[in-house]
Structure formats: structure tokens, C-alpha cells
Design a protein around this ligand. Sequence first.
Ligand code: ZN
Length: 97
Amino acid sequence: MADTPGFSSLELLDVETDALRDRFPEFVAVAGDCKFRGCQHLQEPHCAVKAAVAAGQIMQSRYDNYCQFHAELAARKPVYDKKKKVESVTPRLKAEA
Ligand SMILES: [Zn+2]
């Protein structure tokens, strides 16, 4: 875990991971039961998504995909590039939490 990214990029990461989570509706469906509102479904304790994976309600391969995408996002430097599509992201998940 020596290369765990620092938390300085989390603000931008939050926007992008919200968009990422929108692509996994079965995660969104259970995420309301996660202990933490901003749960990334990775290392957090009491994560409903991980519980659903363990229970077979969510396919392990889907979760693996999610982890891979998330790692790619996290590995990116927090640079504000021109191509990002933040404007297409509505903060719906935060509003309902
Ligand atoms: Zn979670």
C-alpha cells in the first residue's frame, strides 16, 4: 500500500467517482446502506456494496471493474484538463444522501 495516493486529489476525484458510480446502478441501489455517505466502496468499513458482493447480490466481476476504474481515476494527477466533462455530472447522489 506504499503507493496509495494522497488525499490531496480527493476533491476532484470525488466528482469523477460520482460519475463512475453512476455507471454501476446496482452499486447505487445499495450504497444508501453504506456507513459513510461518501463511501467509495473500497477500503471503507461497513460498506453495503462490498457486503452485496460478498453475498452474491453484485457480481464480483462488476466490483473488480469498478475497483479498476477507480484506481485509474485515483492514479491520475489532479490536473484540470480541458476534456473533462464535469458539466454533465449532476450532484444527484449527494443531494439524496
Ligand atoms: Zn460503500
